[in-house]
Design a protein. Sequence first.
Length: 458
Amino acid sequence: MSGPMALEPGGAGGDTLSLRLAGNRAPARRAPGHDADGETVDRLAAELAEDIGPAVHPYEVAALLESQGLTAEIIQERYGHPNLFSLASALYERVPRTFPEPPRSADPWRPDHVRCGLRGALFALPGLAYLLTGPMWHAGRDLGVLVVAGLVSWAWGQALGHRAHLRMATGRREAGRTLLKGAPLGALAATASGALTGGSGVAAGAAAAQSVYLAAAGVLLVLDGERLLLAALAPLAVGAAALPWWDPGTGARLALPLLSVLGAVVAAGWALRAALTAPPVPGGARPSPLRSLPYGVFGLSAGVLVLLEGRQHPYAVVVLTVSMGPAEWLLYRYRGMAVAALRATATPAAFRLRSTGVLGFCLLSYVLPLLPAALLTGAEPAPLLLLAATLWTALLLQAFGVAWQPAAVCLAAACGAASATVLRSLPDAVVLTLSCGTACLCLTACAVRLLGRPAPHA
């Protein structure tokens, strides 16, 4: 109970602090403004220190005193202050500021370790299809068909995935509708683009299967269907794992990848059906498709850069693809560590310094493990590591809603590297090193400037 009655002897109820202030006997009458050298105010400050410490203005202390039932008469007689705000200011000055940190367990960005590892495997496993079907292709134009179709799928998939996540804000049903419309269109566009390149009928069929699979996989990754996708890839993984001891023959080489494609389509249909039956969420404006355009540009640019690396060292691309799982895990860790840095600093300059350290730590944690992998695959370390750093920093900026800067930087790097490769003015490794090195520096500077402010992390 609060209020004047709680301060009177014999009052019914009352909180403990109010009873301590009142005592068990009626207070002795003092002349207004009298306080024995501020001793009673000091005692009150000591008793309320835990509650006063986090206050950022004396008005908060005044509200606290009111909640404790201190009347104007008691403040004048007992504490020698003319009013509530005078006493609150005195208490505010006596108690040092304390801002207790929230418990460390309250990390809103704690990553899902299993899911991130699973996604890394899912990014790499489809490449096993090329081991099975490779002997049936013709070099040159056939490979170009798959490359062109793959680049279109990457670009479309990045843009569609972003738009579906935007629609997820209004419920899984709207996201499902977006994917239901966009995924088949993406598969059709990629297949047609590959067919225009020329090549054999086998290459055109492979490009169609590749495009359909990538569209279905994109649906499952957006709708949290990683385990369904892993089950769909099981026939492909088993067939590729058996290649060193068993030649499955032409029929099995075609059937196993097609079985995985069919499984991915069925799984995507199942996930879409569940999303479309979800209850609608009222409200929410339909976002403009232009908001997803930079993500498509980034997907195309990243595909070109990875392709240029894969021309010389295909296994290095496998390493880079598998690393996308740890890369996603580190994106979550960066966000969690940045929030912790925000809680631990008191000035913008201190936060910028600490957030820059967090950025450097996460970037090195991603890139350095790729060094031994590059050496084992025979790839030159510099292009691979700089390409990985470019992609991770671009994805980090995208995670904070910064879209056009990483898209423009990666597009410039891809165009520059592709032009220099066609002209053969420099060795491919040097071209990729210069292009990705410049892009990485630009993106890192952009991340330090934009993410070194408290606002994106609040």
